[in-house]
Ligand binder design. Structure first.
Ligand code: HEC
Length: 117
């Protein structure tokens, strides 16, 4: 009797773990890889995660785009177009375009930024 109970618990636990990993992966965003890329590309010199520097904090960006269905497309465009952005001192400059040509990595970075709260 006792062993059946334990087996049941183990199964419930495995099911819960599996369900969690499915939800986690559908939101993609490999945070470790994204942060590493942001560091390599020098994004973090101008953007803090919690704190703005010359550019807005990534959490502010996530808040600004929250609930917008085209958020990912807009940020991918932002990063590929080199559009003019305004710095705190008022001067304008073309935004940095990531050096990597790996679109999956860039997409992961964008999804990570949008996932920050
Ligand atoms: C030289 C400084 C600098 C670097 C390097 C930089 N950014 Fe920015 N970024 C800015 C500024 C300035 C803005 C715009 C602020 C504004 O217009 O309010 C901005 C805006 C953004 C936004 C918000 C766009 C929007 O439409 O609201 C995102 C997302 C972003 N940057 C991501 C990145 C990523 C990812 C990298 C690295 C590949 C990066 N930035 C590198 C300065 C920088």
């Amino acid at each position: 009797m006792k062993s059946i109970l334990i087996t049941g618990r183990v199964l419930a636990c495995i099911a819960a773990t599996a369900a969690f990993s499915i939800t986690a992966s559908s939101h993609a965003a490999d945070a470790t890889a994204a942060e590493k890329l942001a560091r390599q590309e020098g994004c973090l010199r101008c953007h803090g995660i919690d704190r703005g520097k010359d550019g807005p904090a990534y959490k502010e960006v996530a808040a600004k785009f929250k609930g917008k269905s085209d958020a990912e497309a807009r940020l991918l465009n932002h990063l590929s177009s080199g559009e003019k952005v305004k710095f705190p001192d008022g001067h304008q400059e073309e935004h940095k375009i990531p050096k990597t040509k790996d679109q999956d990595q860039i997409k992961n970075l964008v999804q990570w930024i949008l996932s920050l709260t």
